[in-house]
Write a protein that binds this ligand. Structure first.
Ligand SMILES: NC(=O)c1ccc[n+]([C@@H]2O[C@H](COP(=O)([O-])OP(=O)(O)OC[C@H]3O[C@@H](n4cnc5c(N)ncnc54)[C@H](O)[C@@H]3O)[C@@H](O)[C@H]2O)c1
Length: 251
């Protein structure tokens, strides 16, 4: 796929899935704007690579970041709303501050970035918004109340954007299963037996492996391409079959 002269904005692009998306789009010729609170470690120094320090849950920072993108690259063709955080707890265990943090980073930020990206897409009469959700938009595990709520709501936001800005702007949610990223490694490290948790993760998937960030990036890139122009408003799972079996039915 050729993305020359196209601009993609990717949130949470310093690590994990966002970093893999940034590299893939860059290699396909796109201008890439990376919005993250962490510094990009890829050391790519090129006029098509723009690092912007931005907390995507802050409206002023997002507005400022999109102004910089337009100044630098003149338009926004694709937005990959990828930044996210994982926090654990049931409803009674989750503090109000933690709830708000997860909602702001995992949900409000997608609204904010779409709000400031879509006007440029409408000017061009063309654009795609990809929202990174999760299998936890459909199924849940213990003690992820805030995370699973935010990830479920992303599907509603995806439909709203798809309906409101059709036919010019498409919006698709991508729902990964377990993907090998710093988020996963950090979560597993909290356990007293990380190797056993990793094996459990592997065993949960019909493919008997977890996914890679690059596989998710390949799907994102396909969904942005005109080859996917009949896909909008959908939630596409990339999850090694996680969640399609009744628990315990396939060892
Ligand atoms: N890894 C998985 O197994 C998995 C599974 C399903 C969904 N997801 C989702 O995929 C997305 C990417 O996850 P990942 O595993 O690559 O995570 P990661 O932790 O490896 O990377 C996330 C990136 O987002 C950035 N970020 C966090 N808060 C931010 C903020 N307020 N503003 C700007 N940037 C911020 C981080 O600095 C980091 O660079 C997330 O939305 C996550 O919920 C991940």
């Amino acid at each position: 796929m050729n993305y020359q002269n196209k601009t993609v904005v990717i949130t949470g692009a310093a690590k994990g899935i966002g970093a893999a998306c940034a590299k893939l789009f860059f290699d396909a010729g796109a201008n890439v704007a990376l919005l993250d609170v962490a510094d990009d470690t890829s050391l790519i120094n090129d006029k098509r690579w723009l690092n912007i320090h931005c907390d995507v849950s802050s409206e002023t920072q997002v507005k400022d970041a999109f102004e910089q993108v337009i100044q630098h690259f003149h338009s926004v063709d694709y937005l990959v709303n990828n930044a996210g955080i994982q926090r654990y707890g049931s409803v009674t265990e989750t503090s109000v501050d933690e709830w708000d943090l997860v909602m702001n980073v995992n949900l409000k930020s997608l609204f904010l970035c779409a709000k400031y990206a879509i006007p440029s897409m409408l000017e061009n009469k063309k654009g795609v918004v990809i929202n990174i959700a999760s299998v936890q938009s459909f199924v849940s595990q213990e003690k992820v109340a805030a995370y699973t709520t935010a990830k479920s709501a992303i599907l509603g936001l995806t439909r709203s954007i798809a309906v409101d800005y059709a036919p010019h702007v498409r919006c698709v949610a991508v729902c990964p299963g377990t993907i090998d990223t710093p988020m996963l490694r950090d979560a597993i490290a909290l356990s007293p037996d990380p190797d056993a948790v990793m094996q459990e993760c592997i065993d949960m998937h019909l493919t008997k492996r977890i996914g890679t960030a690059e596989e998710v990036a390949e799907l994102v890139m396909f969904l942005c391409d005109d080859k996917a122009s009949f896909i909008t408003g959908q939630a596409i799972r990339i999850d090694g079959g996680l969640g399609i079996t009744i628990q315990g039915s396939k060892k």
